[in-house]
Design a protein. Structure first.
Lengths: 681, 565, 135
């Protein structure tokens, strides 16, 4: 239970740390609270769900909804898996028990040890063993090899000793009396005595001297090798045990420690490996004190984990192994359970590095193998109790607590037979509850309050102990706030304040995207926005197509849509002006044509045409009026043609004629003015 | 000696002739009376001898010459008609003097002498300063005789000069005529229906229904007709038809042609003829013209009604014209030339200009045409009765030697005076009041020629009609049709206009007058409103002159032709 | 056998007199009509030709008669440019541009006035007035 709460606190700490580090600029990781939310009414009071940590923030408080997603999936996998009650499972179980029985204290003989050792490969054949027993067998075997090697080196040194004595003899024999007298005590003083040697002596003694030194060196080496191989074997063995502990393979830990004791006989002695690791690390005294305190008082540790030692969170989050250098300041805050779970947190793929790092941390707390053994036994008992407790709670229909218990148990003793052998039906109910809660989380995550509300109701029925008050509070609050935003949006819409409208609508949407009221309310208001975008798209397309007429026909729509886009607005204005010009020309033309003045109509259209030559309507009208006012049009055209040909007189005459046909003609008038001015110039 | 040989006279298309197979002779220094009941052809008989009516058969010989070949000269014949040929507004003496001046080429003194002589001869000495209009019937007959006597004719024909007179006057006239016949071998024939004073006549010729019943000494009259008193002759004539009487007279033995008295008479007649041929001469053309002119002028002056009428027309007509523009012609506002102003402005301006041009153009055109028409009216008034009014006198004077051309000239001179006054005053007054621009002489000319031409044309009408009413009506039509046919008010269809315009003087005068405004805007305005083309100035004058000429020519022929009642 | 007081009306002479007068009128009309158009010897401008290709008529002299429509432009040195409406026989109206050079500045040109002019087509194809009078 403690472990679970520690885990919880750890993750709370993690979330807080994330917030502290990343600040509110990274909205995506922090639970998507947009910056502008801070400014409005209720801005800070809006409940925020953080999917990363499954915590929601409301009124300044954090509330953990459930668990980390990583665990959740793993847990769900477990819940879905069938109970491991197959024949193989039972055989494996019995094999392990057999080994444990063979190695149980009091029964340890070399024959039992050999028998147990022989069972290890057999146990390893089962899938659920994951070859752990094999590894153990290998380590034991290498211990044995190391013991043989040291015996061989003993014998080699003995022979070297004999060779050494012979060489010393030879050396003394070859030296003169003077030299012997002066340099007898030790070879180490030879350089000083050598000064007294004659060059002939030197040459004679030199080979013996070299051989003697070689033998000495080899002897020292062999002595070192012998010690080293035993120590190495111990360290390897200890490391494996610690690793198994870290992997929560508590029964393998028990097997390991029992083998260890039988092999080295110093079972209660201090762990060499730990010492070695600890001494090689730069130890911070203060951290060490805290570490001790933490160990004695978990509360301090919890505080440290959530508050002061924020960095620890990051440390356990995968980066730790590579930056092993600063372990002292972080790892210290954890007790064994915390570490255990923390390591588990990393998953299978990072087990080895986690193990290494776990070792380092563990090395400072665990002094003897007996301690590990005790811890393993404790854990096994804890797991069995947890399963029992789960079953009891299940009977009482208190699904929430039951699931929590199962989760805790699972986290601690994932590979324990009691956990593994839990029947599928029993797991199923927890699964359903978990799923529901997950769904609730998901619903809250996407602010689907309606669904969340339904789920809460459902959960409260299936799980008597499910506390609905918090999620309901979140839902209700969100609903209220959303409604308030909608109300404001409505007000803004009616007053035409688009900026506010948009802000409020966005706020309401963010709080409760699937709010049915939102759909209806914004149906009217919001449709504007959609329509606006559509209109803008249409506008751009029509503009590209030069279909100004279409834009003009729908101008109200585009005027509204482009209101906030000055560039488009400018375009639209130009277009409207042009089409308006064309339209005016057309209307005028129609009016004139009605009055029986096709020439005027034609000219009006002609004016409009120069503004907007692509308009099909204008073109049609132009063609029509050209035939209706054929004489006038011919005059104008001929005049223009003549003017181009520098036929000034004829051109002027034709213009005059056009003016005679249609005295209002501006084209003719302009032409006349132009040519006349040129003539008298 | 006057010899009638089977003389016949008949009206065209008449079944019975007026006179038939009349053969008679009258010696010189003879006073013969033509008798017969009313309607027997007495006056016709006289007119045929005078040449006023043509004889359709037979021959008339005077002094041995056939009158068909060589007519009686104006000095040889004196013819006193039934009606009075005097000018009532002139005095007896003036009448005689003008008559003498028209008939005789003589100096003023000679004329005075002749007149004195005639006055004395006819016993008008006491009356010579009286106006003819106040004379009694007998006195008027005497004046008529006196006027004939101014030429000292050898043949004096008097038609009913004694009719309707009191017995005393009748006797005096008869005696006067009798005495005239004794003078200078003169043959006097008197038509009368009175059977009194038969003893005064040298011969009596009795006609019955155009047939000669008797022509011989009056003393044989009662025995021939087998009646006791001459008063019974007419009833006796009525008892048998004229044919029978004529045949009976034809079979009767002719009286001897040569008697001592006739021979003496012939001798005296021959002598007086020689004397006369040396002294008698017709006045010159111009003399006759001027005489006519002055007499006409005097007559005009003597007639206050006519003077007043003419003066009224002269003054009132121009005044009426100026009523339409008594403040002067309105000024013409020109259109702006710039095309810069808007079409609406231009249209407005054009409209204003059109209104103005129609108003001013109509006014100017109308004023011109009004003047023309009023002048034409005055012209027609001048001459409508000029010829026809005194046609009998004219005919009588023509018979007495007055040349038609001289008459026309005299008339024309007088009318010219009127025309000049009228056209001048019209031009000046209207121009002054209405402030017409342009050359004044150029404007006067078409008006003047127009008035003259209208006057001439109306003179022609007057000379060709048989009554004053006809003449008046004709002239009125002439003027009345000028206005509509001129095209000044309403344009005629092109073809019709082309046909009629040459005949319409008013059009040419109007055109000519308007052409004088050519350099002003009024011309343009008139052009703008009038669809009728305007003739050029010279053309207008030319055509008006042609009209004038034609009028005069026709007037000449009209005056020349004979028109006895 | 006519006697003095009874002259026959000489219808023949009247006829001849009338004929003479008609002849006179005709001759006069002929002369005066000619007199009305001082440029009668000059060829008349055919508006359609001018409309067709004014430049091809350059240097030619024509007579035209028409009504002034408008003043188009004015320059104290070059003169006045007017539009003049020429009506052809088929009663079609043809507006034409005429340039009245400054040498003819004493002539008072008014809108709606009719003029008859002798024109030369100048280098730019414009009708340049050489002589002009009101018609």
């Amino acid at each position: 239970m403690k472990a679970f709460s520690c885990l919880l606190l750890f993750f709370i700490g993690l979330g807080a740390a994330l917030f502290a580090q990343e600040g509110n600029s990274k909205a995506a990781t922090g639970g998507a609270r947009p910056p502008q939310m801070n400014q409005g009414f209720l801005g800070r009071d809006v409940p925020v769900m953080d999917p990363g940590s499954d915590t929601s923030t409301f009124d300044g408080k954090l509330w953990n909804m459930n668990n980390n997603r990583l665990f959740r999936s793993r847990f769900e996998k477990y819940l879905n898996a069938p109970a491991e009650t197959s024949e193989a499972d039972q055989q494996y179980e019995s094999t392990i028990n057999q080994i444990l029985t063979l190695l149980s204290p009091g029964k340890v003989t070399s024959a039992n040890v050999d028998a147990a050792w022989k069972l290890l490969p057999k146990a390893s054949e089962y899938r659920s063993d994951a070859n752990l027993c094999n590894s153990l067998a290998d380590v034991i075997y290498s211990v044995w090899l190391a013991k043989n090697e040291s015996a061989r080196l003993e014998m080699a040194n003995r022979s070297l000793q004999r060779e050494k004595s012979a060489l010393e003899w030879n050396y003394r024999m070859n030296l003169g009396p003077s030299t012997i007298a002066s340099s007898a005590p030790s070879g180490t003083n030879s350089p000083t005595s050598a000064t007294t040697l004659t060059p002939q002596d030197e040459a004679r003694v030199e080979p013996i001297k070299e051989a003697l030194s070689d033998v000495r060196a080899t002897m020292v080496n062999n002595k070192l090798k012998k010690e080293a191989s035993i120590v190495q074997a111990k360290i390897d063995f200890q490391s494996l045990i610690i690793q198994y502990f870290a992997q929560r393979r508590f029964r393998h830990v028990l097997i390991g420690t029992r083998f260890y004791r039988s092999l080295f006989g110093d079972g209660d002695s201090r762990l060499n490996a730990m010492d070695q690791i600890a001494s090689s690390l730069p130890v911070d005294k203060d951290a060490g004190q805290v570490k001790i305190k933490a160990k004695l008082d978990p509360k301090i540790a919890a505080k440290g984990g959530s508050g002061a030692y924020a960095g620890a969170g990051t440390g356990t989050n995968g980066k730790y192994a590579s930056t092993g250098g600063d372990t002292s300041s972080s790892g210290g805050g954890f007790n064994a359970e915390g570490l255990q779970l923390g390591v588990e947190n990393l998953g299978v793929e990072s087990l080895i590095s986690a193990g290494a790092s776990g070792l380092k941390a563990l090395g400072k707390m665990i002094n003897s193998l007996g301690q590990i053994d005790a811890l393993a036994n404790e854990a096994i008992r804890d797991v069995d109790e947890g399963i029992e407790s789960y079953k009891f709670l299940l009977e009482k229909n208190e699904l929430k607590s039951a699931t929590e218990r199962l989760f805790e148990t699972f986290m601690m003793g994932e590979y324990m037979p009691s956990v593994r052998k839990l029947s599928r039906d029993d797991k199923r109910r927890a699964l359903e509850f978990t799923r529901k809660t997950n769904e609730l989380l998901a619903a809250l995550e996407v602010n689907d309050l309606t669904r969340a509300e339904d789920l809460i109701k459902e959960l409260s029925q299936t799980a008597r102990d499910f506390d609905t008050s918090k999620p309901l509070a979140v839902v209700e609050t969100a609903k209220t706030v959303s409604a308030m935003h909608l109300a404001k949006a409505k007000a803004a819409a009616s007053s035409g304040d688009r900026t506010t409208l948009e802000t409020e609508l966005r706020a309401a949407t963010e709080i409760w995207p699937r709010n049915p009221a939102l759909a209806t309310v914004s149906g009217s208001i919001f449709s504007q926005t959609d329509v606006q975008q559509q209109a803008l798209n249409d506008f751009d397309r029509l503009f590209a197509q030069k279909n100004y007429r279409q834009i003009f026909d729908d101008k109200v729509r585009y005027i509204a849509a482009t209101a906030m886009y000055p560039e488009r607005q400018e375009k639209l204005k130009t277009i409207l002006d042009r089409v308006q010009g064309a339209e005016t020309a057309l209307m005028r033309a129609t009016e004139l044509a009605k009055r029986g003045d096709p020439a005027g109509a034609w000219e009006s259209v002609e004016h409009g045409f120069s503004d907007y030559p692509d308009d099909p309507k204008l073109n049609q009208a132009r063609a029509d009026f050209t035939t209706q006012a054929a004489e006038f049009v011919r005059s104008v055209r001929t005049a223009q043609e003549m003017e181009r040909k520098q036929q000034i007189g004829s051109s002027l005459a034709w213009y005059l004629r056009a003016l005679q046909d249609y005295p209002n003609s501006e084209i003719a008038r302009d032409g006349i003015d132009r040519i006349s001015a040129a003539i008298v110039k | 000696m006057l010899v009638l040989d089977s003389m016949e006279a008949s009206l065209p298309n008449a079944s019975t002739p007026l006179l038939s197979k009349i053969s008679a002779w009258y010696p010189a220094a003879h006073f013969g009376a033509i008798l017969g009941p009313s309607g027997c052809g007495k006056s016709t008989f006289l007119k045929v001898i005078a040449g006023i009516l043509p004889h359709t058969d037979g021959s008339i010989f005077w002094r041995g010459r056939n009158l068909d070949e060589s007519d009686l000269s104006p000095g040889e014949l004196g013819y006193v008609p039934q009606f009075s040929c005097t000018q009532p507004l002139l005095t007896v003496r003036e009448n005689l003097i003008y008559t003498a001046r028209l008939r005789r080429s003589a100096s003023a003194n000679e004329i005075e002498t002749i007149v004195d002589q005639v006055v004395e001869e006819t016993g008008l000495t006491e009356l010579q300063d009286r106006r003819a209009g106040v004379l009694s019937g007998g006195q008027l007959r005497r004046l008529g005789l006196a006027m004939e006597l101014t030429t000292q004719p050898n043949l004096l024909l008097a038609d009913e000069v004694t009719s309707g007179l009191d017995p005393k006057s009748e006797e005096e006239i008869t005696l006067l005529l009798s005495s005239l016949a004794k003078d200078k071998g003169r043959l006097v024939l008197l038509v009368t229906h009175s059977l009194r004073f038969l003893d005064f006549y040298d011969s009596v010729t009795i006609l019955s229904a155009g047939r000669l019943a008797y022509s011989a000494d009056p003393r044989d009259l009662t025995s021939y007709f087998n009646v006791s008193t001459p008063e019974d002759i007419y009833p006796a004539l009525a008892k048998r038809d004229a044919e029978t009487w004529a045949e009976e007279w034809a079979q009767a033995p002719n009286p001897p042609e040569l008697t001592p008295s006739t021979v003496l008479g012939e001798l005296e007649s021959e002598m007086s003829r020689a004397e006369k041929e040396s002294s008698f001469e017709l006045p010159s053309f111009l003399s006759q013209s001027s005489t006519w002119f002055f007499r006409r002028l005097k007559l005009f002056m003597r007639d206050p009604t006519q003077v007043f009428l003419q003066l009224s027309l002269l003054l009132v007509f121009p005044a009426v014209v100026t009523l339409f523009a008594y403040r002067g012609l309105p000024s013409v506002r020109n259109m702006t030339m710039s095309a810069d102003s808007g079409v609406l402005d231009q249209l407005r301006e054009t409209l204003a200009f059109t209104i103005q041009s129609s108003r001013i153009g109509t006014l100017v055109s109308g004023l011109a045409m009004f003047q023309v028409i009023l002048l034409a009216l005055m012209g027609s008034n001048n001459s409508a009765r000029e010829v026809i009014g005194d046609r009998p006198i004219l005919e009588k004077e023509k018979l007495a030697g007055l040349r038609p051309g001289a008459t026309l000239l005299g008339m024309s001179l007088f009318l010219l005076l009127l025309v000049f006054l009228q056209s001048t005053w019209m031009t000046l007054f209207v121009r002054a009041v209405c402030q017409f621009p342009g050359n004044i002489l150029a404007q006067f000319l078409p008006f003047f020629i127009l008035t003259a031409a209208t006057t001439a044309l109306c003179l022609a009408i007057s000379s060709w009609t048989s009554s004053s009413e006809q003449a008046s009506l004709g002239s009125l039509y002439l003027v009345g049709f000028q206005l509509p046919l001129s095209g000044a008010i309403l344009a005629l269809p092109d073809s019709l206009g082309t046909l009629t315009r040459p005949l319409i003087s008013a059009y040419w005068a109007w055109s000519g007058y308007l052409q004088t405004l050519r350099d002003t805007r009024f011309y343009d305005l008139v052009r703008a409103i009038s669809e009728t083309p305007l003739a050029s100035y010279s053309m207008a004058l030319w055509i008006l002159l042609i009209h004038l000429g034609l009028g005069l020519v026709f007037a000449y022929f009209g005056i020349r032709r004979s028109q006895w009642r | 056998m006519s006697r003095r007081a009874h002259p026959t009306t000489p219808s023949k002479s009247i006829f001849f007199v009338v004929l003479t007068f008609l002849a006179l009128a005709g001759i006069g009309a002929y002369f005066f009509q000619k007199d009305a158009n001082p440029y009668r010897t000059v060829e008349k401008l055919i508006p359609t030709d001018y409309y067709e290709n004014a430049n091809s008529l350059r240097g030619n002299v024509y007579q035209i008669e028409g009504t002034i429509l408008n003043s188009l432009a004015w320059n104290p040195e070059k003169g006045r440019l007017f539009s003049i409406r020429v009506t052809t026989g088929d009663s079609k109206n043809w507006p034409l541009p005429i340039l009245i050079p400054s040498s003819l500045r004493q002539i008072n040109i008014q809108k709606n006035q009719s003029y008859r002019a002798k024109v030369r087509i100048n280098d730019s194809g414009i009708l340049l007035v050489e002589e002009v009078q009101k018609s």
